[in-house]
Ligand binder design. Structure first.
Ligand code: FAD
Length: 491
């Protein structure tokens, strides 16, 4: 097993697809082939429309292949807050997420998809009194909303908790095994798929690719995780990215049956998959990890709980967080009526990708659905305006700090092997990395997305942007967007 690769990617079985090499016409083009894009195409595949999917890299290998794979409507503790603001929104959110779980089951059963699907409970726990009180409040609302929920004061992982709230009839699966099959079914239905085909612009009904090809389509779905436009739609103001780390432990003495997450937003999450126990945590805003070795911290914690275990593999991923804790699903912007977006899944995008796929399908086939208002990307309610200022300020502070907090380059650079630093030389911001072989690599420190200054991520040896979460390898190549272009290589 590759120690630095997601457990799910070890079962990647999807054939490769050629890049697009000519102009095309279609009824629907889906940009991005993670769970969200693939499920959207799946939901639309029997409508008789010609569907094309393009992906900038390999399909089904982004965040959708790097998560904890819980299929659940229990998204931490959130229902009480939502219910207090807008009861009908809480009811609708619960309904669409519960329907999404059912939909997974239906698709998996009807197509005999072997993806380790199993039903179990999802529990949110508290190790302190403050959050224990929140859990009791959440339980009361959960039962009012119709969840089959219960309170308990013990959980399966080796942690002493004050209490925990369980939701019955949730599920888990192997996301890559699932996507393997979805891709096969899409191909059988005639959906055309192109890899290594990056969309760089959309003008009216035309998607333009990096290689200069154009796809003309009546409907364009942007399922790229973080939208790639810099300005259009203002998603750079409306979203931030948050990163989390996962280890898969083997050799634990007692397997767990159900799925767990700490009620505290920076707590841990646990789930069993076969012989492996996944422990996830060490969350932080992308680009703001203050030089800590997150994997080390996570591994120490996991070993403290399960001293008998071994680390089988480990990986990290990030997701988009929105202003009001609701995803953005629907029309990309009022200025782009034929373009749809699904993003801001706040680390619950397995369930919410299914929700998005259904919502967008309904919008494309002109079927009225209730949730399009709740998730509308152009909404600004449920407390969103204060957060908008916060996000914009965070981004602005990161921008200014980044540009001010760079130090003059010294004649003798004191930089440990495997470490990186941002420095300024003749008004140029440099991101310098010293390899384990002592070799220095230097790229521009200015993010190609909107010009923020990147920071070194010591855990993963990458350059991460604190403004919108773009990530680059030490040579400046884009690992994750929204940035499309690399950091300029200087030496
Ligand atoms: C650590 C972690 C744990 C998680 N655990 C869970 C969980 O247990 N349950 C749950 O519900 N959710 C979970 N999530 C969230 C969930 O995994 C994501 O929200 C979901 O997978 C996002 O799917 P996606 O299709 O939008 O993005 P992705 O899977 O990232 O797919 C986006 C695709 O778009 C492509 N793309 C990007 N830009 C372009 C472009 N310009 N042109 C063409 N293609 C492009 C990319 O190459 C990529 O393939 C977790 C997230 C994290 C970070």
């Amino acid at each position: 097993m590759n120690a630095n690769k997601s457990l799910w990617l070890h079962d990647y079985n999807i054939k490769s697809f050629e890049p697009l090499t000519s102009n095309m016409e279609a009824d629907i083009v889906v940009i991005g082939a993670g769970l969200c894009g693939l499920l959207t195409a799946y939901m639309l595949k029997d409508t008789g429309q010609k569907i094309v999917i393009i992906d900038a890299g390999k399909i089904a290998s982004g965040t959708s292949a790097n998560n904890t794979a819980k299929i659940t409507a229990q998204h931490g503790i959130m229902y009480k807050e939502l219910f207090d603001k807008d009861e009908s929104a809480a009811r609708l959110y619960k309904k669409v997420c519960t329907d999404a779980i059912e939909n997974y089951k239906k698709i998996i059963t009807e197509n005999n998809i072997l993806c380790d699907y199993r039903e179990c409970d999802a529990l949110v726990y508290s190790i302190d009194e403050e959050y224990a009180k929140k859990i009791v409040d959440e339980y009361e609302i959960a039962t009012q909303l119709g969840f089959d929920a219960y309170l308990t004061d013990t959980i399966e992982p080796n942690i002493n908790v004050v209490n925990a709230l369980g939701y019955k009839k949730q599920a888990t699966f192997h996301p890559v095994k699932f996507m393997n099959e979805i891709v096969r079914l899409l191909e059988i239905s005639g959906v055309k798929i192109y890899e290594n085909t990056t969309a760089i612009d959309i003008e009216d009904d035309i998607v333009e690719t990096e290689d200069g090809w154009e796809i003309r389509a009546s409907h364009i779905v942007m399922a790229t995780h973080f939208p790639f436009f810099k300005i259009k739609g203002l998603y750079s103001l409306k979203m931030q990215q948050e990163r989390s780390y996962i280890v898969a432990l083997s050799g634990i003495n007692k397997k767990i049956e159900n799925m767990y997450i700490d009620a505290y937003e920076y707590g841990y999450s646990f789930k069993q998959h076969g012989e492996y126990l996944l422990v996830c945590g060490q969350d932080h805003k992308t680009g703001e990890d203050e030089g800590e070795d997150r994997f080390k911290e996570l591994e120490e914690y996991a070993k403290y709980l399960y001293p008998e275990s071994q680390i089988a593999c480990r990986w990290a991923a990030q997701d988009c967080m929105t202003l009001d804790n609701m995803p953005y699903i629907g029309k990309y912007s009022t200025l782009m009526p034929n373009c749809y977006v699904a993003t801001g899944f706040k680390k619950w995008g397995i369930t919410l990708s299914m929700v998005a796929a259904n919502t967008i399908k309904d919008m494309i086939i002109n079927r009225v659905n209730e949730e399009s208002n709740l998730f509308s990307p152009s909404r600004f309610k449920i407390g969103s305006t204060k957060k908008l200022v916060e996000f914009a300020t965070d981004s602005g502070v990161a921008f200014v700090k980044g540009h001010n907090n760079v130090f003059g380059i010294s004649s003798e650079l004191k930089l440990a092997k495997g470490d990186g630093v941002v420095m300024q030389h003749n008004n140029i911001k440099l991101a310098i990395y010293r390899g384990e072989d002592d070799k220095l690599t230097c790229v521009s420190a200015v993010c190609s997305h909107l010009g923020c200054v990147v920071k070194f991520n010591k855990s993963e040896k990458t350059w991460d942007c604190p403004c919108h979460g773009s990530r680059y390898d030490i040579n400046g190549n884009v690992i994750e967007g929204p940035a499309l272009e690399p950091l300029k290589k200087l030496f």
